[in-house]
Design a protein around this ligand. Structure first.
Ligand code: 3PG
Length: 414
């Protein structure tokens, strides 16, 4: 046991049916449906391989979300091909989650077989909106469709989805009510390393927050500024734009319209309160960049033409962020500074991510896009710790017990 959770060393899985929940949620190219990165799939391999080598009958559950929060309509078929290729062994895949076809396939599994079922978020009960509005308890989650259909066919439950451990959903928190449970190798490593890192971070400690999952970013800003864990927060991405609008800065009409249209207007009061309480420690961009005829255009606040949407922080801001990162002792980064996938809007993230690779500070990055940015700008080897989780890392750093950790502790007692 580690942290009150069973590890794979304490589970005899030979000839047993094991439900394994992984997080192989990867950035997807919305036009082609292709995976833009496979880092989390690679990180899940050791546990999958170990369980299959130990002759478990392996049933893998996973989700695929989108960079737009709460829209999770992607099949896991491409993930199955990547798994097959990386493992060099057969991975069965079914376009079913817990219907009759899935149940039949599970019953037919033989020792060592690997079956990947389709995106659990095709089930309403696995959707984040469902989670947030119904707030099911773990014992209620044990009564959901997924758990009631699959648990009777399984002997054990293993969770390796550290990156989704902040979610309170049946595939993550329901099975532990009924099945003896353990954490997988990736979960074990992430949990141990981050616990150790957070015990006594060296100061100055910076948090660099960007990306499009802004509910996570705001939660993080609020918590780390209030608790004093962060000496400073450097804000980029959508969070910076919301803060700018809340501060009454002119970043263009298009940005304002976009925030309202994307449903982020309710974060404006939160942003105003953050600015009121912590403006001295909240470092924000002084310029932005937009793209005109395929080319990057730098613009100071107040100079973005109406109709043009800021898609990156400006170069001056990025260099300023860089200097602060170089002077820090600990840096946590989550979420890119702008649309780094496109050449015209990559500069802000490139400068900041190169600083993460260069600084003497202890650096930790988390989340799919942050990992993809590190790979794109050649910084993967230079960053001290790359956590597969973005939102999970954030929640962990707030000091709250993660829902999956809570449930794994219960399932470890069965
Ligand atoms: C993540 O990417 O943070 C995890 O896979 C969880 O995804 P979600 O934010 O769609 O729940």
């Amino acid at each position: 046991m580690k942290f009150g959770i069973r590890t794979l060393d304490e589970m005899d899985v030979k000839d047993k049916t094991v439900i394994l929940r992984v997080d192989i949620n990867q950035p997807v190219d919305r036009k082609t449906g292709k995976l833009k990165d496979v880092t989390r799939i690679k990180a899940s391999l050791p546990t999958i391989k170990e369980l299959s080598d130990k002759k478990a009958k392996l049933v893998i559950l996973a989700h695929q979300g989108s960079d737009i929060e709460y829209k999770n309509f992607w099949s896991l078929k491409p993930h199955a091909s990547v798994l097959r290729e990386l493992l060099g062994r057969e991975v069965l895949f079914l376009e079913d989650v817990c219907g009759p076809a899935a149940l039949e396939a599970i019953k037919k599994l033989e020792a060592g077989d690997i079956l990947l079922l389709d995106n659990v978020r095709f089930l309403a009960e696995e959707q984040t909106l469902f989670e947030l509005s119904l707030k099911l308890t773990p014992s209620e989650q044990a009564k959901t469709l997924l758990v009631t259909k699959l648990a009777p066919l399984a002997d054990f439950y293993v969770c390796d989805a550290f990156a989704a451990s902040h979610r309170d959903q049946p595939s993550l928190c329901g099975f532990q009510e009924l099945l003896p449970s353990a954490m997988g190798r990736l979960f074990e490593r992430e949990y141990c390393v981050i616990s150790e890192l957070m015990e006594s971070p060296k100061h100055p400690c910076l948090f660099v927050l960007g990306g499009a999952k802004i509910n996570d970013a705001f939660l993080m800003m609020e918590t780390v500024l209030k608790s004093g864990a962060a000496d400073e927060v450097l804000a980029g991405g959508l969070a910076a734009e919301i803060l700018a609008v809340a501060a009454g800065e002119d970043i263009g009409e298009a940005a304002k319209a976009f925030l309202v249209q994307a449903g982020h207007a309710d974060l404006l009061p939160v942003a105003e309160k953050l600015l009121q309480d912590h403006s001295a420690r909240l470092v924000r961009p002084v310029d932005y960049a937009y793209v005109k005829n395929g080319a990057r255009v730098e613009a100071k606040i107040g100079q973005i033409p109406s109709g043009e949407l800021a898609v990156d922080i400006g170069e001056t801001s990025a260099r300023h962020f860089r200097n602060r990162i170089l002077a820090a002792e600990t840096v946590f980064a989550n979420g890119p500074m702008g649309v780094f996938e496109e050449t015209a809007s990559e500069l802000g993230t490139k400068i900041v991510w190169e600083a993460l690779g260069e600084t003497k500070a202890r650096t930790v990055i988390g989340g799919g896009d942050s990992i993809a940015a590190a790979a794109k700008f050649g910084q993967t080897e230079k960053i001290d710790y790359i956590c597969t989780g973005g939102g999970a890392l954030i929640r962990f750093l707030t000091g709250e017990e993660l829902p999956v950790v809570r449930s794994l502790r219960r399932g470890s007692r069965l």
